[in-house]
Design a protein around this ligand. Structure first.
Ligand code: SAM
Length: 216
């Protein structure tokens, strides 16, 4: 979910967002449906792509599909026999994602799994272990998603999570009404990745904050 654009972020987007027609159509569609603020920017997608390539990710999980913007960016970095399992509670959003990306030569790598993520994750466990988990859904469940990732990521696998500044609330800015319950979860989430000893980690200070860890 996006906060107010700063000149710095506009510059990063201008230079480092390589949006082609398909990604642009996904973005435009989300903006038309007033959910454009929920998807990552091309620049943030570039960070995910950079990490996936560097770590040679082949089998990935995404929690939070929306219209498939980040899904497609991740899928484009996977080898031709790579797979991305993308989970969303909203089946209609996933159907829209399928339609919007069907002409992309990398879309065949994506498996869409509708339903509450906590249940869907159980159904894909036998496909693991995974090389990457990208968390970008309901903030209150981030610790549950981290617990799952701890168990199902390969050693050397990537954990990435968006919105981990929780709109500034984790470092003391007033939290939004809708984030009150998620605040303690997000603080614990960041602290656990930083200090559990399981990850080499950092929090990339994008506009929203993107916590990343490589499992030891
Ligand atoms: C921030 S959007 C994902 C944006 C997407 N990753 C992108 O950047 O293009 C969050 C998505 O999580 C989904 N979501 C919310 N709660 C969920 C849950 N409990 N299980 C699965 N998906 C959930 C929402 O329906 C929404 O589409």
């Amino acid at each position: 979910m996006r906060t107010k654009e700063t000149a710095k972020n506009l510059y990063l987007k201008k230079v480092f967002s390589k949006e082609d027609d398909i990604l642009r159509s996904i973005r435009t569609n989300s903006e038309k449906e007033n959910v454009g603020h929920m998807q990552i920017s091309g620049y943030e997608g570039g960070i995910l792509q950079f990490l996936c390539k560097a770590l040679k990710v082949k089998k990935a999980v995404e929690i939070g599909t929306l219209h498939g913007y980040s899904s497609l960016m991740i899928a484009r970095t996977l080898p031709s026999d790579g797979k991305l399992f993308t989970l969303d509670i909203d089946k209609n959003r996933q159907e829209k994602a399928k339609t919007l990306m069907k002409k992309d030569p990398h879309s065949h790598k994506i498996r869409f799994i509708p339903g509450p993520a906590i249940q869907s994750l159980k159904t894909i466990e036998n496909e693991g272990p995974f090389d990457m988990v990208f968390i970008d859904a309901d903030k209150k469940a981030y610790l549950d998603y981290l617990d799952w990732s701890d168990k199902h990521l390969n050693s050397g696998g990537l954990l990435a999570a968006d919105n981990t500044f929780l709109f500034g609330a984790v470092y003391g800015e007033p939290e939004r009404e809708q984030d009150k319950e998620a605040l303690e979860v997000m603080k614990k989430f960041n602290e656990k990745i930083a200090h559990s000893g399981m990850y080499t980690s950092t929090l990339i200070p994008t506009a929203e904050g993107m916590t990343v860890g490589i499992k030891k």
